[in-house]
Design a protein around this ligand. Sequence first.
Ligand code: ATP
Length: 640
Amino acid sequence: MRPDRGRFGWGFRLAALWLVLVAGAALAADLLPLPHYDATLAGEPNAGPSPSHPFGTDALGRDMLSRVVHGARVSLGVGLGAVALGLLIGGPLGLLAGYRRGLADRVIMTANDILLAFPALVFALAVVAFAGAGVRNVLIVLGLLGAPAWVRLIRGATLTFAQREFVTAARALGARGGTVMRREIAPNVAPPAASYAFVIMAVVVVAEGSLAFLGLSVRPPTPTWGGMINEGRSTLDTSAHVVLVPSVVMFLTVLAFNLVGDRLQEVTGHRRSGLEPVRAGRRPARSALRDAPVQDDPVRDGPPPLLEAVDVRTAFPTPRGLVRAVDGVSFTLERGRTLAIVGESGSGKSMLIRSVLGLLPDAGVERSGRVRLAGRDLDGADPEEMRTVLGTRMATVFQDPMTALNPVRSIGAQVTEPLRVHLGMGRGEARARAEELLASVGIPEPRRVLRGHPHQLSGGMRQRITIAMALSCDPEVLFADEPTTALDVTVQKQIMALLHRQRDERDMAMVLVSHDLAVVADRADDVIVMYAGRVVERGPAAAVLGAPRMRYTEALLRAAPDLAAPAHTRLEVIDGRPPDLAAPPSGCRFHPRCPFARDRCAAEEPPLASDGTTGRAYACWYPADEPRTAQMEGSVPHGG
Ligand SMILES: Nc1ncnc2c1ncn2[C@@H]1O[C@H](COP(=O)(O)OP(=O)(O)OP(=O)(O)O)[C@@H](O)[C@H]1O
């Protein structure tokens, strides 16, 4: 995230200039041609500004400019130290709370809230009075007092980024939690943290000034701004400049820190995630669904399928009730084949994929069912094994390559990471392999591209990069969740062709989520049609899309653009709205929108029953007419 330099404005520039001036003077204080800050009678006592003493002198005739400059050392030094200490403590805790959620989050945030409830200045006064005044103690106390604010800020930013696709993508590549926090989230949390550091500096400068005013910061004769204000109090009526000079310098510095911090915050401001929040206070659990009987789990002879999902259920506890996003879905997939998942928006396609990959949001999700890869039950896999499976055997290509790639890391760093982590390659070897991978997915000048960042590439090129990353460890199953939706039409075809070429060359299986039924009919071997979290029809793609039986599939096809149809042909829409997954309709979930519905549809739920042909099944009491053989074997209409 690069700040837009043109939008900083004059206020920011003046404030930044002031801070550079104060910091520079503080650093070079000993080198400047100024009298020693404690040289008494360097001039007339309490004298106003003059060419030899531009800020005047104090009651002991000491040069005020020298004292203000040396005072800046203490103020800024304590500020920097306290910010660093607060960040050192609050940063990791905030990352942990925001990324792990659940128990860690609750413990950290409860402790944090208790600490925030302490009256800070009283606490600082008590500690400094007890432990003794001095820069070190003041710095430690102010650093500790700032830590809870850092926890809140870093947690909030982490929550935002933890929902972003590049974090899911890193998890899908098998990255450990610590690595995800360090490499994916921390660099993105850094810009808001940096802007916040300026605001905290302002708070610490004021707090240090207040302690110094009370005589609880550094000991005299070392000057501090607060101490100078205190010393000048007694002569305020006759020599106001003794109080005014440190006050104005302190005021301008605090104002400048706030201005710079606020402006940086605006410029580096980040987008919020659109996910509905999960109800607070619920633990990640599998409880409510765990007891649901696992259906459709046949005992088979022969080798197990490459990928098998049995009765997968995923639900989110929300204030509206339990949202059953995936409600008892089963499928199998073999090497070299593509299974497409289709359905309206919100039907549960993405959640099904995430459930299979074990990449659900951590907090509050309830899930059950079985997922097996070549017979290995992935639910029984420990986190280490699951990370390896995700990195090497199952890989994912996400919808939007811009959000799936980390904007602040170079492409080379992102493409080589899975190679280094999972295949143990050294830097040079991983770089060479990354170049080959990029070339294999059609990226010209791979060496140059590896040095760049995601924003320097077009959408199509970015998606090629994410495909290269997904393919880097030779996965057996590739999941592609609407991989072309964010791209323009000409590029969509190229990416789809690339995916299938790679599938054939590598003999992978592919799970493809797509809204584009023409693409599904063209490319997929099998299809499952989802409605309200359930499979309502499944079978060979050509047969299902060529002659749907379930009324919802029929409606979906009529609502899809037909590439073969004349331009300006009106598309039919599916009447009504998708059901509320927290309170789905009784019987067939599609019945309120189905023109063929009868009483039985509202009363009884139709089972997903085979129609007698291989692999084909649908859930409908009054299905579309059974097609004649000639129709079924005929060409599949593009998009319906
Ligand atoms: N964190 C969450 N809390 C509550 N409900 C959620 C959450 N995430 C997803 N859902 C719900 O799960 C359902 C399925 O979502 P999913 O993203 O799988 O749909 P989809 O079919 O992939 O849609 P699209 O085609 O628009 O991507 C939706 O109704 C959504 O509202």
